[in-house]
Design a protein around this ligand. Sequence first.
Ligand SMILES: *[C@@H]1O[C@H](CO)[C@@H](O)[C@H](O)[C@H]1NC(C)=O
Ligand SMILES: *[C@@H]1O[C@H](CO)[C@@H](O)[C@H](O)[C@H]1NC(C)=O
Ligand SMILES: *[C@@H]1O[C@H](CO)[C@@H](O)[C@H](O)[C@H]1NC(C)=O
Length: 461
Amino acid sequence: MSGNSASLVARLMSGSRCSIPVVVWSLVGCLVMLHLYSLLPHKGALSGELQIRPGRHFLELEEVEEENFQIPPPRGKRSPRAAKRRPKKSTTLIDEFLDESSQLRHLFFPDLKTAVDPANDMGNDSFYYYPGRIWLDTEGNPIQVHGGGILYDERSRMYYWYGEYKDGPTYQPHKKGAARVDIIGVGCYSSKDLWTWKNEGIVLAAEETNDTHDLHKSNVLERPKVIYNKNTRKYVMWMHIDDANYTKACIGVAVSDSPTGPFDYLYSKRPHGFDSRDMTIFKDDDGAAYLIYSSDDNTELHVGLLTEDYLDVTRSMRRVLIGQHREAPALFKHWGTYYMITSGCTGWAPNEAMAHAASSILGPWETMGNPCVGGNKIFRQTTFFAQGTFVLPLPGISGYFIFMADRWNPADLGDSRYVWLPLTVAGAADQPLEFEFGFPLWSRVSIYWHKKWRLPYRWSG
Ligand SMILES: *[C@@H]1O[C@H](CO)[C@@H](O)[C@H](O)[C@H]1NC(C)=O
Ligand SMILES: *[C@@H]1O[C@H](CO)[C@@H](O)[C@H](O)[C@H]1NC(C)=O
Ligand SMILES: *[C@@H]1O[C@H](CO)[C@@H](O)[C@H](O)[C@H]1NC(C)=O
């Protein structure tokens, strides 16, 4: 390779003359180097823990699996609820998905007979994830952690999965209102293997009587996420708090001494004075934590540093992805680069995910394109009929993550399904939309569709 990439780019940018073949081969060289670099085994932050070299089992996770649906001819009548929910003409399969009387319903929402039931011996199906199927806890009840996220607790060496407990009736508060379930609370489940989940109960409960309280059941509590603060030894929960019409647009904060609660609710507010709806929090390697939220009527995201006790935001905040209308942010980090998966804003209807990358969490963030691989075109355009909520790094396996998403069921939100799929960061980004430096610095983020998959045999929590 002639010269280093920085000087090459400088030459390209300054428009100085150099022969085309040299430029092309240098660029190819850079990309090959980047690619090789991304394949190198890596000692993660979790040194001392099991380190697995990506091998055959990982290649299986990256297999491209196609999905073929037979779409029945369009019928004259749709259920009135489905018609109301999606008045515009659009892809038939999304209409079918939103129509609770569709003949294809079982493809998106398979019934209890096919449930994943770790408490019963599932034979050869043990440890397999089946995205979209009902997933039972150790007591045989469907897991209730919608819009959730996972905390790995080093002290107990357990995974804790938190999310919205929505096992109540779905209804429309008024004609123009979105379908909702009253707040029940934040559910918590624990696991050692990321497959068998024990219900730890509701760790932050709705308020039944006091209707001026943020957690009154008539309000909205969405996307709770928990991180641990080493200095204060507290588990800190952040969540989206709203009224039924989504006009309050606040964050809420709660805190507990134990990962299984109970959490004490502290307060709500508009962070940095801005409206805040879909949100997540991210704890960096250095212990600094950040709030990422959709703002300015969901037109942009804001990234803000939290205080050292994680109980509030500081004044340090940046507006990112301005005008891109993204929500449902899920952040992760790989080799010093920050990545984020977001969705578009179409209510409970699914839409296309985008992957973004940044070398500083405060931006600038660049949009790389749709990370979904396999399935079929409509699967990829709808994030496999789901919306992201969290990306979990697989401990000990560098570059491998679990993408966690919700397949919302607008007719019965408590019956919404979990779509977990393998996510990898490797290879050159393929769909550069707006590269600052003129060539892609980032690796490709890929989410692979599988009807059925499991973590590698050698992986153990
Ligand atoms: C499990 O797999 C083995 C080997 O493929 C097969 O012989 C056996 O019948 C399977 N058992 C069940 C319960 O499916
Ligand atoms: C109701 O909730 C509000 C807001 O949290 C609080 O200020 C008030 O004291 C509560 N009232 C009662 C009776 O608990
Ligand atoms: C929400 O909006 C509807 C219709 O505009 C209104 O009737 C209702 O009172 C509002 N509810 C709240 C909690 O603001």
